[in-house]
Design a protein around this ligand. Sequence first.
Ligand SMILES: *[C@@H]1O[C@H](CO)[C@@H](O)[C@H](O)[C@H]1NC(C)=O
Ligand SMILES: *[C@@H]1O[C@H](CO)[C@@H](O)[C@H](O)[C@H]1NC(C)=O
Ligand SMILES: *[C@@H]1O[C@H](CO)[C@@H](O)[C@H](O)[C@H]1NC(C)=O
Length: 635
Amino acid sequence: PEKMAGTSHIPAEEMEELREAFSKVDVDGNGHISTDELNQLFKEANLPLPGYRVREIVQELSRTMDLNQDGKITFDEFVVRDLKSSEVAKTFRKAINKKEGIYSVAGTSEQSGTQHSYSEEEKVAFVNWINKALEKDPDCQHVVPMDPSSNDLFTAVGDGLVLCKMINLSVPDTIDERTINKKKLTPFTIQENLNLALNSASAIGCHVVNIGAEDLKEGRQHLVLGLLWQVIKIGLFADIEISRNEALIALLRDGESLEDLVKLSPEELLLRWANYHLEEAGCSKINNFSSDIKINNFSSDIKDSKAYYNILNQVAPKGDEEGIPAIPIDISGIREKDDLKRAECMLVQADRLGCRQFVTATDVVRGNPKLNLAYVANLFNKYPALKKPENQDIDWSSIEGETREERTFRNWMNSLGVNPRVNHLYVDLADALVIFQLYEKIKVPVDWDRVNKPPYPKLGSNMKKLENCNYAVELGKKEAKFSLVGIAGQDLNEGNRKLTLALLWQLMRRYTLNILEDLGDGQKVIDDTIVIWVNDALTQAGKGTISGFKDGSISSSMPVLDLIDAIQPGSIRYDLLKAEDLTDEEKLNNAKYAISMARKIGARVYALPEDLVEVKPKMVMTVFACLMARGMRRI
Ligand SMILES: *[C@@H]1O[C@H](CO)[C@@H](O)[C@H](O)[C@H]1NC(C)=O
Ligand SMILES: *[C@@H]1O[C@H](CO)[C@@H](O)[C@H](O)[C@H]1NC(C)=O
Ligand SMILES: *[C@@H]1O[C@H](CO)[C@@H](O)[C@H](O)[C@H]1NC(C)=O
């Protein structure tokens, strides 16, 4: 069957690549690709193709991508097409990569032997970042520091330690120290570490569907870099979120409500932040070197380093806060004539702030969007230089942080690779595009011709989104046979918390049960099926049973730990645990160990330790279901 034609099934990572690809083809940077630019691309790439074939490909690309046939391919048109699958698209990609001189390596994971590329700059940037992050970690001294110019990284990730550590730095407390195998590693214990890393990465919202332990063990470059970038980005973006950093309210513009600001993605907030400081720089009387610079992206707009100079100068400590000495920025380098020299001088100043990270002067001048985004995010994290505005009429209720449940749903869907990535559960589901993708994951067929896709018209865009939401509810009732009493499309569209969560839970539940049904040759699975299986396994191992997912004993995590030990005998170190008369802290301690152990033996658990301690029946059900899936796979 024809694959759907939305942007929706392009994974977030791919989307980023597409954005990069687009900017490479759009040589004049005017925001659209012309036929001339396509021809130019193929000429420069110098592929071994006859001229007529190139003309055909260009025609085909223009025909399929230029939706409104106005002779210009905009970025939106560019991404709307399923570029991945067709032969033409592959050639197109090859051309883009070849032109850029990006390293191409033969893919080994696919039988087809397709070409994969990875960027050397990214590798260098990530290696430097990891070297610094794990510099003092006693468990990583066997690999850190890695030589950024070598391929050290790809062997270093092979035992799982570096990944586990980086994941745990991005989202602290994700991985229980006690579960990592550190010494005298064998193929089996390495496999366990890699399971732990991949399942934990998935639990913090990385898209890890197409990557397995084998890929890490063998250091498949593009997969390793793709995963690392996701992990690093999640860490960099963690605090670029209003509920975590109220000073971001300073970025509110005239006439905007707090809600408008809350809706922004981390990338958008960073741009806001950069422009805020650029504006401040423009107003500042002390330095007159800034004209009115404003940036729209972290690629072409930052190439001349002038915006960076201004931002560094604004955020550098002025010595007016107690105990923090001033670090005056030397701005003389801004007068350098040569872009590369200017960038290097700027980075010398960034270094004085301890923020020379992710980019080289060349990455700045080339406008590498990924690495420049990381550079700015790190600068923001170190020197936000924002003050929470006082005495403003602010409705704080709209910036409640997300609940654990919301975070778990969000991480779950992001790990499945929904596109666009969900940053804010309610805002980002308002057009239901993500919901449709989730329906497809649970095998509910979506008629994509009925779905309105972005870009939405300026006028009446909400109508288009609402239509989608209505269809999403209809599918839920008619096709998925969900219980959606009292839920209307409007509730999704407006982000009604309770009702949206009700739908999401049914999606996640069905997804989980489907996995079990697939493993059990299609036999129907309900909650009781899981309880019976769990109790069978526990009994056979001579351990106590549970009455259901609300059983109070789950609060100690002992039933979960017992089940893990039943599935993989001898895996649980009971000497590390306390089984009775537990304090809350001891319960949490057990739960952290249990969740990490479940992931280590190969169960993709999304629930959090607190869910076990508080015996949240829904999340408890998913934990047991994932373990059951793991247990069945063994047979
Ligand atoms: C970046 O923004 C500028 C406008 O400020 C635009 O001309 C340019 O095309 C954009 N570059 C990319 C790669 O999007
Ligand atoms: C993970 O992070 C927590 C909190 O920062 C820390 O206590 C724990 O030791 C870390 N675990 C690993 C494996 O590094
Ligand atoms: C500001 O402008 C004055 C006069 O145009 C010039 O002499 C001075 O060097 C400028 N300052 C900076 C920091 O560029």
